[in-house]
Design a protein around this ligand. Structure first.
Ligand SMILES: [Zn+2]
Ligand SMILES: [Zn+2]
Length: 389
């Protein structure tokens, strides 16, 4: 059973929807036009649509034959705050906004699956279509959970797809257990004493304290983390000073921590506070540390992964499942939903060669050739989980 022919035959209109969404990218919690489009499409398919969760979230409900089981399928809708540098005919019309992660494609994949499921209804129970806002760092998934997503719309299992340029078209990947990393962020302000650059002994130079802090932090990964474990600490911002002959009084560093299990995450967080506090103290400076826990580790359920794998085999054949695909240190707020319900997060290959731009690259574009693949995977997963006898 390959890609569902009926969905594939809708390719021209589905690509048109995707390209239209690509021209109107909206940032997290601002997906007004995108959500309106989703509601409009769902209503045209005769699907009951609920709006207002997490501001711009949309939930659609498709009832099949009588049955008690309920399966959630989730797509994200938001774009990134960056300029698109590629030149497709459907280039972003919103300056500084760009569908650089392919969420325009995910939205249309789920709409295409919805259209098929609503017409065929060859399942027993309920399919819950979750169109979530603000996946890119703002935690729209967390907000939906906090606003009672699974109380209002109960789900026994949940599934999400993401396109993956590192995998070729025709392949998909899913793995049991930890698949994506926890994501935390830090912001550290170091205050010393400013003064004349020629008289450093009269100052406490924050540039030196910052440099030592950044270097000392490296040991949290290289010396304190088991080499067989995966963790990342990246300092991505350092700001200090305004001119060549003044020692600044204050400096700021910021960055991110990623870890593949919650124990490592907690250990690095504690080590971060210990290291920064003591290095700063050694120089007689003072510090304010803001350390925020953002997304948890994304953990796939074993049974749900098996269901996803059999859908991949159905849709893409026995070679469709990527043989090995290691966990990624990227993060995903579907992890918040997976903390509440068992499910799986599946990567769908969209690469066309070694130079396929990665998501978040300014010349990235979603590959419309995989809309029907993703939609068919959603359909087969739902039908498999809600088998109508
Ligand atoms: Zn992204
Ligand atoms: Zn994404």
């Amino acid at each position: 059973m390959p890609v569902i022919a009926e969905i594939a035959s809708r390719q021209p209109i589905l690509a048109e929807w995707r390209r239209m969404l690509h021209t109107i990218p909206e940032l997290g919690f601002e997906e007004e036009k995108t959500a309106a489009f989703v509601v409009d499409r769902l209503q045209a398919m005769g699907i009951e649509a609920h709006t207002g969760m997490a501001r711009t979230g949309v939930v659609g409900i498709i009832e099949g034959r009588p049955g008690n089981r309920r399966i959630g399928l989730r797509a994200d809708m938001d774009a990134l705050p960056m300029e698109e540098l590629g030149k497709p005919a459907w280039k972003s019309k919103n300056p500084g906004r760009f569908h650089g992660c392919g969420h325009d494609g995910h939205t249309v994949m789920l709409l295409a699956a919805a259209e098929y499921l609503a017409r065929t209804r060859a399942f027993a129970g309920t399919v819950v279509l979750i169109f979530q806002p603000a996946e890119e760092g703002l935690g729209g998934g967390r907000v939906m959970v906090e606003e009672g997503l699974f109380d209002r719309f109960p789900c026994d299992e949940i599934y999400a797809l993401h396109n993956m340029p590192l995998l070729p078209v025709g392949q998909a990947a899913v793995r049991p257990g930890a698949a994506l990393a926890a994501f935390d962020r830090f912001d550290v302000t170091i205050t010393g004493r400013g003064g004349h650059a020629a008289m450093p002994h009269k100052t406490i130079d924050p540039a030196i304290v910052m440099s030592q802090t950044v270097l000392a932090l490296q040991a949290l990964i290289s010396r304190e983390t088991d080499p067989m474990e995966s963790a990342v600490l990246s300092v991505t911002e350092m700001h200090v000073g305004t001119t060549h002959n003044v020692i600044a009084s204050e400096g700021r560093i910021a960055g991110t921590v990623r870890a593949l299990n919650e124990a490592a995450r907690a250990r690095i967080e504690a080590g971060f506070h210990r290291t920064v506090t003591h290095v700063v103290e050694a120089y007689g400076a003072s510090v304010r540390i803001e350390y925020a826990r953002e997304f948890p580790v994304l953990v796939n359920d074993g049974g749900a992964v098996e269901r996803a794998m059999s859908a991949i085999a159905d849709v893409l054949g026995s070679d469709g499942l990527a043989k090995t695909f290691p966990p990624l240190m990227a993060a995903e707020d579907f992890a918040f939903m997976l903390q509440k319900r068992p499910g799986a997060y599946i990567l769908v290959g969209q690469g066309t060669g070694p130079d396929s731009p990665m998501v978040h690259h300014p010349e990235y574009d979603f590959n419309d050739a995989i809309i029907a693949t993703g939609a068919s995977l959603f359909v087969r997963i739902a039908e498999g989980a809600l088998k109508a006898d």
